[in-house]
Design a protein around this ligand. Structure first.
Ligand code: A3D
Length: 321
């Protein structure tokens, strides 16, 4: 079987971790593109020079020329500016929309058959823009947000309940902003509902709810928590891990059910927008959206989050994109 070719557009903080993870997990050869001269060449050379130690045979190449991504099977986009303390993801809209437009044109020209995972913020809007400019089929343009948001939620639950995070299943739906929707009812530890475990721990329903509400709030603000601590940029290890889980499901046709930003055609009552929902990812990209029943409160929170995405997309259109 021919080795897969993975193009990384953006070789900054997340791009660097992506390249290293792809090599360590032997998912394919890497071409890292960035507009900064020499930097992607330096990063990929450095990772490649650890190949003897880590024992991988993947090829890694850095470039400032889109031509080098020619024929890529998968493209992961992190090009754009990250948040600084005090900024919302929406504050990045104008700058990143310009960057995403140029990226979409480059990918369209040189990797027209690729499947594309986008990480740049504001996430759902950047995915929308990439698809619009490239004209790629919707199932080949996917946003990474839900896998990371869900992992954050699962981590907080594991730490609170003192159980292995490997046994925690928790999902976050909606747009990738402060209105995202962590699903309480579906959160479980190997099938045991998290709320039941919290109620048994505290022997007090109100206290259990208070603890869950705090975890939800922390999940919604988790990106900002990292930005405030790092001060010079935003999360980069964990978003890279999240995108790699999606990439692996696509490259190895694993058909994992992962929450990601996908184009909705009426599912969850949404028509014509990219929003975070559970989807099966396989060799064709998004193979199907998996619907689940939401109660009134969950649906209202989801609708509120969809409104935030719609507003962001409207802002994009007002800016002329
Ligand atoms: P950073 O380290 O600044 O890397 C971005 C890279 O993009 C830099 O190396 C730039 O040189 C490069 N770049 C700028 N313009 C272009 C262009 N036109 N073509 C190609 N490359 C270009 O940022 P980062 O890696 O920390 O973050 C990248 C993006 O991911 C930002 O928009 C973040 O807001 C976003 N992000 C998303 C999540 C999600 O979970 C969705 C999490 C964390 C960060």
């Amino acid at each position: 079987m021919a080795r897969k070719k993975i193009a990384l557009i953006g070789g900054g903080q997340i791009g660097g971790v992506l390249a290293q993870l792809i090599a360590l997990k032997q998912l394919g050869d890497v071409v890292m593109f960035d507009v900064v001269e020499d930097m992607p060449q330096g990063k990929t050379l450095e990772i490649a020079e650890a190949s003897r130690i880590e024992r991988f045979d993947m090829n890694l190449k850095g470039t400032n020329d889109y031509k080098d991504i020619e024929g890529a099977d998968l493209v992961i986009i992190t090009a754009g500016v990250p948040r600084k303390p005090g900024m919302s993801r929406e504050d990045l809209l104008t700058t990143n929309a310009k960057i995403m437009t140029s990226v979409a044109n480059g990918v369209k020209e040189y990797a027209p058959n690729s499947i594309v995972i986008i990480i740049s913020n504001p996430l759902d809007t950047m995915v929308t823009l990439f698809q619009k400019v490239s004209g790629f089929p919707h199932e080949r343009v996917i946003g990474q947000a839900g896998v990371l948001d869900s992992s954050r939620f699962a981590s907080f639950i594991a730490w609170e309940l003192d159980v292995s995070v490997q046994d925690v299943n928790a999902m976050v739906l909606g747009g990738h902003g402060d209105t995202m929707v962590p699903l309480i009812r579906y959160a479980n530890v190997n099938g045991v509902p998290v709320m039941e475990m919290l109620e048994r721990k505290y022997q007090d329903k109100a206290k259990a709810k208070e603890v869950m509400d705090a975890m939800i709030e922390r999940t919604r603000k988790a990106g900002g928590e990292i930005v405030a601590l790092l001060k010079t940029g935003s999360a980069f290890f964990s978003p890279a891990s999240a995108a790699i889980a999606m990439a692996k499901s696509i490259l190895l046709d694993e058909k994992r059910l992962l929450p990601c930003s996908v184009y909705l055609k009426g599912e969850f009552g949404v028509e014509g927008y990219y929003v975070g929902v559970p989807a099966v990812l396989g060799e064709n990209g998004v193979e199907r959206v998996v619907e689940l029943s939401l109660n009134e409160e969950e649906q209202a929170a989801f609708n509120n989050s969809v409104e935030a995405v719609k507003n962001s997309v409207a802002n994009l259109e007002k800016l002329g994109f």
